[in-house]
Design a protein around this ligand. Structure first.
Ligand code: ADP
Length: 272
C-alpha cells in the first residue's frame, strides 16, 4: 500500500549538513550532520527538550534551518512542492489535535487529500482503503465517534490511521506510541514494521522508550541539547556508556532471548 520509492532513485532519504535552528534566538538544533538511507527503520532518541521534534519538523519541511541545509531525496526540502511532498511523506505528530467534531472516519479520510483532485470525493477504492486502515489500527468501532471525544491513546491510533491512508513512501513518527498501553504500542509498532518490511515504507521515529526502540529500530540517532551524540546500528550504539552520556543514568544492556532484542535497565547514579 505504501508508495514504493522507485529503484532508480538514490537510496539517500535525507542529508542534513551543519543544520542549526532555534526559537527566539535560542538554538535547539546545533550543527547536525546526518545521512538517513533507505532500508533501515531509524529511531531518534534523547532527553526531553533535546530537539527531537524540532529535528523531525525540519526534516518534514515544517521548519526551515537557520543555517545549514537539508536535502530530501537529493533535493532541498524547501524546494519540494508542498503537495508532492505530502504525497511522499506523512507525519504522525506528538499532539494530534483536531479542534472540530469531525468523526474518526472523516479525520482518517483527510489522509487521502494529497492524492485527490480538488473537490473530488473518495471513490470505492479509497473507501476500501479507509476501511482497511481503520481495521488494522483497531479503530473500526470508533469510526462514527467525534474525534474530540476520544482518549489520548485512541487519538494516537487515529493519527496513525490517517497517516497510513496517505500511503506515504516515508513515515515520520513523533512519539506515536507514548499514550498507548503496551498491547496497542506493540500492535502499532508491529504494523508499521511490517509496512516497512513488506511494502518498503521507510520509517523515521522519534521514540522515548529505549526498549521499544531497540526492538523496532535498525539504526539509532541519539540527541542531546540539540546535537548528535552518536548514531549507528542499534546493537552498536545502545550501550551503557552512550545511555549514561545522553540521559545521565546508569544502564545495563542485556540481550533478551524472550523478545530477541536488547533490553535496557536503568538506575540513577549512586551518590558518592
Ligand atoms: P524534544 O522533542 O526532544 O522534547 P523539542 O524539539 O520539542 O524537543 O524542543 C526543543 C527545545 O525547543 C525545548 O527547549 C522546547 O521548549 C523548545 N521549543 C520547542 N518548540 C518551541 C516553540 N514553538 N517555541 C519556542 N520554543 C520551543
Amino acid at each position: 500500500m505504501a508508495r514504493a520509492l522507485s529503484e532508480q532513485q538514490s537510496d539517500r532519504l535525507w542529508s542534513l549538513t551543519e543544520v542549526s535552528f532555534g526559537y527566539n534566538g535560542t538554538q535547539v538544533v546545533r550543527d547536525v550532520n546526518l545521512e538517513l538511507r533507505r532500508g533501515c527503520c531509524y529511531g531518534i532518541l534523547g532527553p526531553n527538550g533535546s530537539g527531537k521534534t524540532t529535528l523531525l519538523d525540519l526534516m518534514g519541511g515544517l521548519q526551515t534551518p537557520q543555517s545549514g541545509s537539508i536535502a530530501f531525496m537529493d533535493r532541498p526540502v524547501q524546494t519540494w512542492p508542498k503537495k508532492q511532498l505530502a504525497r511522499l511523506l506523512a507525519l504522525v505528530p506528538q499532539d494530534f489535535m483536531v479542534r472540530f467534531s469531525f468523526s474518526v472516519r472523516e479525520v482518517v479520510e483527510m489522509g487521502l487529500h494529497p492524492h485527490l483532485h480538488r473537490f473530488a470525493t473518495p471513490n470505492k477504492e479509497d473507501q476500501d482503503l479507509i476501511d482497511e486502515v481503520l481495521e488494522i489500527t483497531g479503530i473500526t468501532a470508533l469510526a462514527d465517534r467525534p474525534v474530540t471525544r476520544l482518549s489520548g491513546g485512541e487519538k494516537q491510533r487515529v493519527a496513525v490511521a490517517r497517516a497510513l491512508a496517505q500511503k506515504p513512501a516515508v513515515l515520520l513518527l513523533d512519539e506515536a506510541t507514548s499514550n498507548l498501553d503496551i498491547h496497542h504500542s506493540l500492535e502499532i509498532l508491529h504494523l508499521i514494521r511490517s509496512r516497512f518490511e513488506q511494502q518498503g515504507m521507510q520509517v523515521v521515529a522519534v521514540m522515548h522508550d529505549l526498549n521499544l526502540a531497540s526492538f523496532f529500530c535498525d539504526q539509532l540517532v541519539f540527541l542531546k541539547q540539540g546535537q548528535v551524540v552518536c548514531q549507528g546500528p542499534t546493537e552498536e550504539v545502545l550501550t551503557p556508556e552512550n545511555i549514561e552520556a545522553v540521559y545521565g543514568v546508569e544502564a545495563e544492556v542485556t540481550t533478551n532471548t524472550f523478545t530477541n532484542s536488547r533490553q535496557v535497565s536503568f538506575r540513577l547514579p549512586a551518590h558518592p
